[in-house]
Design a protein around this ligand. Structure first.
Ligand code: SAM
Length: 332
């Protein structure tokens, strides 16, 4: 087995997030505009076979953890094939997926059988009307049934991602955190990042609720949160537990407490470009290499170049942002 690759700053980079599509069946206000979104045709996306080649190359250079995301990964018609191919690769230690759960009632069982280990599901409110206002095309009922299907299929631990946007759902954080009293879920609150097209990025910037405030709201209503030791130094969430609770409350604070110093991630866009940082537009094109006949070695070379050039960090704390069209992934 190769060692874990290190970037120019000594960080071990062993986690690849693979976007399998940039299409989505929801239009969350801080993520996608309702109209005017120019999505890539699916022919531009890497095929299941190409994704497998990239994953094989990643394993060959020392990557161990993989996450499928999007857009909404469950919209990809050959998702089960992708999971089967990646799940069967020796050297893949973890294979997870980030999803809005809408399609999990029919897919959770087959995905688990194909080799998926865990899911992070995205739900911003437990109030049907507020959820519809922020996530727009989804309903709480659909999402909830998806979460239950994931649990029943053994895709555990369930991690719930909640993006908090002022005026939309800052009052919902208490009910969401309270879920962890009865369930062994991880409920993680994510700060809005100014990404995507201009008006969406502007909304995310204006509606930021710092996680210090979210934490105070949770503690005022539910009692103190006790910090948990970090098992994985690269975990982007700071984790806590409510007294007597079964689950975990986590805070992912890319804006007010950037965690770039321990970042171990690299991301692959659906169109086959390695992005060196979630919040940085630097990228290296792997699809061109694959379609020009390059195989595993060519991809491995690009991946190692990408690792070497990974930037130290983003500067969202200074009010900087990357406003661009491509989708991104977080909440791992
Ligand atoms: N469609 C899937 C989902 O909803 O989880 C996967 C892709 S989505 C882009 C991944 C995560 O990013 C979700 O938890 C979502 O809430 C979060 N997200 C999207 N836009 C964000 C933003 N502007 N700031 C912070 N988190 C964001």
């Amino acid at each position: 087995m190769p060692g874990v690759p290190r970037d120019g700053f000594g960080r071990e980079i062993d986690y690849l997030r693979i976007s399998v599509t940039d299409h989505c069946n929801l239009r969350c206000v801080y993520c996608m505009p309702l109209t005017g979104l120019a999505l890539a045709p699916t022919s531009r996306f890497l095929t299941a076979g190409e994704i497998e080649t990239v994953a094989r190359a990643a394993v060959a250079v020392g990557f161990r953890k993989f996450r499928l995301t999007g857009g909404e990964p469950t919209l990809r018609p050959d998702l089960l094939e992708i999971v089967e191919r990646l799940g069967a690769l020796p050297g893949v230690r973890d294979l997870a997926m980030t999803t809005n759960a809408v399609r999990l009632p029919e897919l959770a069982g087959p995905l688990a059988a194909a080799g998926l280990r865990r899911v992070n599901v995205h739900v911003d409110s437990l109030d049907p009307e507020r959820l519809a206002r922020i996530m727009r095309w989804g309903t709480l009922d659909e999402i909830w049934r998806g979460i239950e299907a994931a649990e029943a299929a053994g895709l555990r631990p369930i991690k719930v991602n909640t993006v908090v946007a002022r005026g939309y759902n800052e009052d919902d954080v208490v009910a969401l955190a309270a879920l962890t009293r009865e369930r062994d879920w991880h409920v993680r609150f994510i700060e809005t990042m100014p990404l995507g097209v201009r008006e969406v990025a502007a909304l995310a910037r204006e509606r930021l609720v710092p996680n210090a405030e979210v934490r105070a709201r949770v503690e005022d209503a539910l009692g103190p949160l006790t910090a948990l030791a970090a098992h994985d130094p690269a975990d982007e969430a700071r984790n806590y537990r409510l007294a007597g609770a079964r689950g975990v409350v986590g805070f992912i604070s890319p804006v007010t407490e950037p965690y770039c110093g321990t970042c171990n991630r690299m991301r692959l866009t659906a169109e086959g470009r390695f992005h060196l940082c979630l919040l940085n537009d630097d990228e290296l094109d792997v699809r061109r290499a694959l379609r020009a006949g390059g195989g595993l070695e060519a991809v491995a070379a690009i991946l190692l170049r990408a690792v070497r050039h990974k930037p130290t960090g983003h500067r969202l704390d200074l009010g900087l942002s990357t406003e661009r069209r491509e989708m991104y992934q977080l909440g791992g």
